[in-house]
Design a protein around this ligand. Structure first.
Ligand SMILES: [Zn+2]
Length: 175
């Protein structure tokens, strides 16, 4: 299992990271085990295949890119430049088919794995069908994340009322 940082798209320059005082955050970026990460992605996509009606075969052949970043960095997101907020865990960019994950993120941590699963679900949702608005897929993504966590023996602790409102389109055209 080779450690290979070259396949990872670190966002922001090392100067930016150093300026924000997060030198330690640089190191986790370069030690992510890409082979183990690909294995995990495939395992999670298989779970989506088995637990939904979505077809994930094409996505398993060509999974989305993973972009690791740090709080305070500027990243490209849905065609715009945004600054990574301390509240942000991850964000899926449907235009680039890219999952931005905010570090530190641990490949072996169940909650961190579920964050990756949530973003992979967004890729599956985006590739398979159209949605009324950007927020609409959130309900299903959180529901599946919660179900996966439960299977791992972990309680999500999600606030469903909050997620319900989060998932509503601006002018609610929900079915
Ligand atoms: Zn989401």
């Amino acid at each position: 299992m080779a450690l290979h940082a070259g396949l990872l798209h670190a966002c922001g320059s090392s100067e930016t990271v150093r300026a924000s005082g997060q030198v330690a955050a640089v190191s986790w970026n370069s030690v992510v085990d890409v082979a183990a990460q690909s294995e995990l992605i495939d395992k999670l996509l298989l779970w989506v295949q088995e637990n939904t009606n979505y077809d994930v075969s094409a996505i398993r052949q060509s999974p989305p890119h993973i972009n690791f970043c740090n709080v305070g960095e500027r990243i490209e997101y849905e065609g715009e430049r945004i600054i990574v907020d301390p509240d942000l865990n991850a964000a899926y960019d449907s235009q680039l088919r890219r999952i931005n994950i905010v570090g530190p993120w641990d490949l072996h941590n169940t909650m961190d794995q579920s964050i990756l699963l949530h973003e992979l679900i967004h890729d599956v949702q985006s590739v398979n069908r159209t949605w009324y608005c950007l927020q609409e897929p959130e309900w299903e993504a959180y529901k599946l994340q919660d179900a996966w966590l439960a299977q791992q023996g972990t309680v999500s602790g999600f606030d469903w009322l909050y997620i319900y409102f989060l998932s509503r389109c601006p002018r609610d055209h929900h079915p």
